[in-house]
Design a protein around this ligand. Structure first.
Ligand SMILES: NC(=O)c1ccc[n+]([C@@H]2O[C@H](COP(=O)([O-])OP(=O)(O)OC[C@H]3O[C@@H](n4cnc5c(N)ncnc54)[C@H](O)[C@@H]3O)[C@@H](O)[C@H]2O)c1
Ligand SMILES: CC(C)=CCC/C(C)=C/C=C/C(C)=C/C=C/C(C)=C/C=C/C=C(C)/C=C/C=C(C)/C=C/C=C(\C)CCC=C(C)C
Length: 514
């Protein structure tokens, strides 16, 4: 049984009185859950501690008045049925669970400045044709650029994806797939912008490549790692974008089902206050209610800023973490509108995902890029009959929302929502009049409900870095402590954090001798 005790000194926790696990995972985001399920499947005794009431973190859901809204993640990669990069499919299979998904025929419908309107079709050639029709003089460059993305993807998709911190695995994949490994070594230090500019000169087309990157990496092409672009720009045509039936929240619920099948445990409303150290090694955790658990290995799915500075006190932050903070900064959060609307508002043939930019110069400013996701076009069961969900969000920094009295905060939310809805009226006339439900989330909501410092979407380069080379893997400078999720290699994205989970579990399993 767990033991509750007021915190006094670390020595107190070395007693045998506390329940001990092989691995304790702090947080049940997709990164944390993939780590936990992989380890449980290998026979480890695993405990996941989640501060919220349900699992999933940024990929969780909430229900209001007959609507089931996705909290954040809405465009899901990783559910393909072939190759090795379909990491969500693989993570579920590993613990004997499955999830039905619905293929999305168009990844994004772009509405960009100067009437640049384009659809990224699931069919690669159809997408290229649409782009080439708009930029016929750049046909060669377009093909060369996107084909180079396929080179990266084909390297990744030909090999088993596990921990790059495990030398025996590296040797194995190198002997199995030497060409792919050398290909990846070549791309690891590169960014998309440099490669795009090798083939493309039209400034408007280069702006298009910028938004192609920005809409998932929240930085333009010059700062976006080529490896990640290879995954995103190719997998959308290979495994495709597939929406989980029942909503994005099902992914975490299914992983928890699988975790429990394999003897793992999860506790909700279990907020970790600190990671306990003995002689510099992580040996357990203490919850805010005083409960202590011991673990042979501790994995944090909280962001790096929350892990080092909150769970590990500021005076013990390792030097490597300070260095990391010089290279990476917090991305903005999002202002999110979760809308329930009358079905008549959506014109026939509306696509599920839209990106709207009115002015290239303002693409990275708050409200400069508007994201829209209408999941009920794929799964109508998420809303009452005759209604749709429109989830729209736009980058927004915490500073705008801090230190406001409650009434001002509410009024500011209303005003911001009004501005976004106004912009959307151009594409969905009658949206305002057809509103049935609205909930507005700010950077403050993301911080509060997702436990992410400043509500950040994740780390972004502070200046132009060498591709992915600066992103840390799962081990940290503190013995026994690992990180997983979007502040580890390769960064944001559900498929990306799933990779981080596979890699983390692999490294921990080797360290535990499993
Ligand atoms: N595809 C999309 O449209 C989209 C949109 C938004 C976010 N996302 C992705 O979702 C991913 C996030 O996944 P992730 O695995 O990094 O984690 P996450 O942030 O989703 O989950 C972390 C979990 O840890 C919990 N937690 C944090 N601190 C805790 C503590 N002290 N005690 C107990 N629990 C604690 C949080 O409550 C949360 O549930 C990001 O990569 C992001 O890119 C995708
Ligand atoms: C041995 C030798 C010599 C060498 C070695 C080398 C190697 C092996 C290397 C390797 C590497 C690797 C493995 C790598 C990996 C990578 C990966 C996996 C990656 C992944 C990625 C992914 C991603 C990035 C994804 C993303 C996504 C996202 C973010 C999304 C998002 C979305 C959004 C936000 C949008 C929405 C929209 C609307 C709504 C409209």
């Amino acid at each position: 049984m767990p033991v509750s005790t007021p915190f006094q000194s670390f020595a107190e926790y070395s007693s045998d009185a506390y329940q001990e696990f092989d691995v304790i995972v702090i947080g049940s985001g997709i990164g944390g859950l993939v780590t936990a399920t992989q380890l449980a499947a290998k026979g480890a005794k695993v405990l996941v501690l989640e501060s919220y009431i349900i699992p999933g973190g940024s990929s969780a859901y909430f229900e209001r008045e007959g609507y089931r809204f996705d909290v954040g993640a809405s465009m899901i990669f990783g559910f393909g049925d072939k190759g090795t990069t379909n990491l969500l499919t693989r993570a579920l299979q590993a613990v004997n669970v499955t999830l039905e998904t619905i293929p999305d025929p168009v990844q994004i419908h772009y509405h960009l400045p100067h009437d640049l309107t384009l659809r990224v079709h699931r069919n690669y050639e159809k997408f290229l044709q649409e782009l080439i029709t708009r930029f016929p003089h750049e046909e060669k460059g377009i093909r060369k650029f996107y084909d180079e993305c396929w080179n990266v993807f084909n390297c990744l998709n030909s090999m088993e994806l596990l921990s790059l911190e495990e030398p025996r695995y590296l040797m194995r994949v190198f002997f199995q797939e030497p060409g792919s490994c050398l290909g990846l070594v070549q791309y690891l230090p590169q960014n998309v912008g440099d490669i795009a500019k090798r083939y493309i000169t039209d400034p408007e087309l280069l702006k298009f490549i910028d938004i192609e990157c920005y809409c998932w990496s929240v930085v333009p092409a010059d700062l976006t790692p080529m490896i990640n672009a290879g995954m995103v720009f190719s997998d959308r045509h290979y495994g495709g974008i597939n929406y989980p039936k029942g909503g994005v929240g099902q992914i975490a619920l299914k992983l928890v089902e699988g975790l429990e099948k394999f003897g793992g445990q999860i506790e909700y409303k279990a907020r970790v206050k600190q990671i306990l150290l003995e002689n510099g090694k992580a040996v357990g955790v203490q919850l805010v209610d005083g409960t202590v658990y011991r673990g042979k290995r501790i994995v944090s799915n909280a962001t790096r800023w929350d892990t080092f500075g909150k769970l590990i006190p500021p005076e013990l932050i390792p030097r490597a973490e300070h260095k990391w903070r010089e290279r990476y900064q917090k991305s903005p959060s999002f202002l999110s509108l979760h809308l329930g609307v009358e079905a008549s508002v959506l014109p026939p043939e509306t696509d599920c995902h839209h990106i709207i930019v009115k002015d290239w110069e303002k693409m990275e400013e708050p409200e400069g890029t508007i994201f829209v996701s209408i999941p009920t076009l794929l799964d109508p069961s998420l809303a009452p009959k005759g209604y749709h969900i429109v989830h729209t969000f736009t980058p927004s920094w915490i500073d705008e929302w801090e230190k406001l009295p409650e009434s001002e905060y509410e009024a500011k939310k209303e005003e911001a929502a009004g501005r976004i809805i106004n912009q959307l009226e151009t594409f969905f006339p009658g949206l305002d009049a057809g509103l049935d439900y609205m909930e507005v989330g700010t950077a403050r909501s993301h911080r509060r409900f997702l436990n992410r410092q400043d509500g950040t979407y994740g780390p972004i380069p502070a200046y132009k870095l060498k591709g992915l080379l600066g992103m840390p893997f799962n081990r940290t400078s503190i013995r026994g402590l690992y990180c997983v999720g979007d502040s580890t290699f390769p960064g944001q994205g559900l498929n990306a954090v799933a990779f981080s989970g596979f890699a983390c579990a692999h490294r921990v399993a080797v360290d535990l001798g499993l």
